[in-house]
Design a protein around this ligand. Structure first.
Ligand SMILES: C[S@@+](CC[C@H](N)C(=O)[O-])C[C@H]1O[C@@H](n2cnc3c(N)ncnc32)[C@H](O)[C@@H]1O
Length: 331
């Protein structure tokens, strides 16, 4: 009886892990450009030859693709894509494949390093030079869900300045700068290469400036009307977050608005996705856990903001936009 239970339990774990195969297959296809190769019918041999890659492993990848429905047979030992719309687009085409790359190359290895770290090994170190571009690109996938809520804050602004701190590739700025040409946008980004992409992305917008700087070293010219800080809090150590809110308040005009997009975690009943994120962050010595709801309120109120509320961006991801208005101080 015990042996059957053991076998069933093992089977359950293996079955539960089966979807991993589809993610792995899609990642390899994206990373190696194989979905482009099989857009038209080709044999394994021809593709291995053309790409200069290992034929045995390619054949295995094709077999998996057939079994999970990413590929289909096309006669004469040739194969081609099936359900192309389900598969990531090639690299560089604003592809969702970048999220597979981040999961496979960054998140999963970090989660697998838990035993080493738990036994006293060193935590991982987030290497900005290696990963900043990838992370900034994946963050952009969320823009579409958040942009409407962010834009609402700018609707009544006739002129003025918007600061986007940790602006990444400047995707929010690009959309907003087009829509609000009378407003000046300043993006602050610490990574050289990400800031360079943000400049390229916004090259045609006269009302955008991208500053490559650590936000702690940044000195704005004048007060801003709106500050955006999207998906940046997990880069800020916990004991510096209250101070950061104080600084943001100093940089805003009276009545100015602060809008922060971030996943929120902190409770046992937070969705699993938020816990996955925190499990990842906590394995690094220079990334920090997500904020909890009450912390976001408290840091704001202590820095002289009225807390305006949370709006949902992606519920399953526990992603919200927290909004604040700087209290008006009469002279
Ligand atoms: C996860 S990305 C988010 C990018 C963008 N805000 C978005 O939501 O799409 C965070 C960005 O913040 C930048 N960053 C992190 N710490 C920073 C700091 N101290 N000063 C300026 N930028 C920072 C990172 O280099 C990265 O590009």
């Amino acid at each position: 009886m015990m042996d059957i239970m053991k076998m069933l339990r093992a089977r359950k774990y293996m079955k539960r892990n089966e979807p991993f195969l589809a993610s792995w297959h899609a990642y390899i296809g994206y990373e190696m450009g194989l979905f482009t190769a099989f857009e038209r019918p080709f044999t394994v041999e021809d593709v291995a030859d053309a790409y200069g890659i290992d034929e045995v492993l390619l054949e295995q990848w094709v077999k998996v693709g057939l079994s999970i429905g990413h590929l289909k047979e096309a006669g004469r030992n040739r194969y081609r894509l099936k359900n192309r719309w389900k598969l990531p687009k090639p690299k560089g085409q604003n592809s969702s494949g970048i999220i597979l790359k981040e999961m496979m190359e960054l998140h999963i290895p970090a989660l697998l390093s838990y035993p080493d770290i738990m036994r006293g090994g060193e935590r991982n170190h987030f290497d900005e030079r290696r990963h900043a571009d990838m992370v900034a690109e994946t963050s952009r996938l969320l823009e579409v869900a958040a942009i409407g809520k962010v834009a609402r804050q700018l609707r009544d602004l006739k002129t003025g300045t918007v600061l986007d701190l940790g602006c990444g590739e400047g995707g929010y700025i690009k959309m907003l700068a087009k829509r609000f040409p009378q407003i000046q946008f300043i993006g602050v980004e610490v990574s050289d290469s990400v800031a360079a992409t943000a400049r390229e992305v916004n090259a045609e917008q006269p009302n955008v400036e991208i500053v490559c700087s650590d936000l702690w070293d940044f000195e704005p010219d004048g007060d801003a009307d709106v500050i955006l800080m999207n998906n940046v809090l997990h880069y800020i150590p916990l004991d510096q977050r209250a101070k950061l809110f104080g600084r943001l308040s100093d940089w805003l005009n009276d009545n100015g608005v602060l809008a922060i997009v971030t996943p929120i975690a902190g409770h046992a009943d937070s969705p699993p996705f938020a816990h996955a994120f925190n499990s990842f962050f906590l394995s690094f010595d220079n990334l920090y856990r997500l904020p909890a709801e009450d912390e976001l309120k408290r840091w704001g109120v202590e820095a002289g903001f009225d807390f305006l509320g949370f709006q949902t961006v992606v519920k399953e991801g526990s992603w919200y936009i927290a909004q604040y208005r700087k209290e008006f101080k009469s002279a």
